[in-house]
Write a protein that binds this ligand. Structure first.
Ligand code: GDP
Ligand code: CA
Length: 323
């Protein structure tokens, strides 16, 4: 079976790189619509300076639209920061969380749509309509469920912990404020249930994928779907490649190790999530052990150096799903 309806669970920058590679495979669904639906982490979202900011959705939108800042790794290319400087002069917002002027345009537009009463998913539809993404972006939830980090200095919003403290303040636990009453956004469960393949992007397993899985109904949909669920390791050779995700893994007692992350997600046959797992060639020694725990695994290059290399990774994930 050729998987043509592909659902990806993803965080921001790692998720965006992966989805660009997957999109490069040029798959269409049977109706000719975009084959790829991305369920995006919304746990990093926050209200700042009166605006709703959705970092992971924007990382995906900008990267898929080709207007992201590749060098800096986040935000828009060709950005200026005049408005942020004014906000700082007024003592509004977070001085260490600089939002570029073009990026602020997105946040103003989104906040205007939300204030008109649109749910986030409808606001995302409106914003993404501007760009020819050829990918459907769905926030995991329309509800405001925000990740907080429990530290010795109290609870901090995830973005404050990540950006201000550079994840240096040890995390004791992660809390999803508001999760109890949240539901999956319209279309999320439906997309997972109707999928031919579900891929877990090589995103942060704790605060990107873990946060999506915490939204009531999503984990159940992943258990109930007939589609194989295949993940790609965000850890290569015992390191998280880019960023500070090891601090998140440590906090939940998972080793920074490709096989440990797979065991954390668990084998579908044992009540977990995974029907398959890709590790980098550097971790090929883990493949047999994973198979013995019920997780069929393959070792392929997992460095997302460019869209072609990433497309190869995505193709390998789809092969494992379609096996
Ligand atoms: P964020 O929301 O911007 O933090 O992005 P994600 O959660 O989507 O992805 C972040 C994770 O991507 C990092 O913690 C890395 O482990 C992973 N990552 C980044 N670059 C690569 C890469 O080239 N290959 C692999 N396998 N993982 C990567
Ligand atoms: Ca993120």
């Amino acid at each position: 079976m050729d998987p043509d309806r592909i659902v990806v669970l993803a965080g921001g920058v790692g998720g965006a790189k992966f989805v660009r590679g997957l999109r490069a495979l040029g798959r269409r669904d049977p109706a000719g619509s975009p084959a790829i639906t991305v369920v995006v982490n919304t746990g990093d979202d926050l209200w700042l300076a009166g605006l709703r900011v959705t970092p992971d959705l924007d990382s995906l939108m900008y990267a898929l639209a080709g207007v992201n800042d590749d060098e800096r790794g986040w935000g828009r290319a060709g950005e200026s920061e005049r408005v942020s400087a004014e906000l700082t002069a007024y003592g509004v917002g977070w001085p260490w969380f600089t939002l570029g002027d073009l990026d602020l345009g997105t946040h103003i537009a989104r906040s205007a749509l939300l204030r008109e009463g649109l749910p986030l998913s409808a606001a995302v539809d409106r914003l993404t309509a501007r760009w020819p993404l050829d990918v459907r972006l769905l926030p995991a939830t329309d509800d405001e469920v925000e990740t907080y980090v429990v530290t010795a200095e109290g609870e901090l919003h995830f973005e404050e912990w990540w950006v201000r403290t550079r994840a240096a303040l040890p995390a004791l636990a992660f809390r999803q404020h508001g999760v109890e009453t949240a539901t999956a956004a319209p279309g999320v469960r439906e997309a997972i249930l109707a999928a031919d393949a579900v891929l877990l992007a090589p995103s942060n397993p704790v605060v990107s994928i873990g946060t999506i899985l915490g939204i009531p109904g999503i984990r159940e949909a992943l258990r109930d779907t007939g589609a194989p669920v295949v993940g790609l390791s965000p850890v290569i050779g015992g390191a998280v490649v880019r960023g500070m995700a090891d601090a998140c893994l440590t906090a939940i007692g998972v080793a920074t190790d490709a096989a440990a992350v797979a065991r954390h997600y668990g084998a579908r046959t044992e009540g977990g999530l995974l029907d398959g797992w890709l590790v980098d060639e550097a971790d090929a020694a883990a493949v047999d052990g994973l198979a013995a725990t019920g997780i069929p695994a393959r070792a392929v290059p997992l460095w997302m150096t460019d869209d072609d290399a990433t497309a190869e990774m995505a193709a390998a994930a789809l092969r494992l799903a379609g096996r």
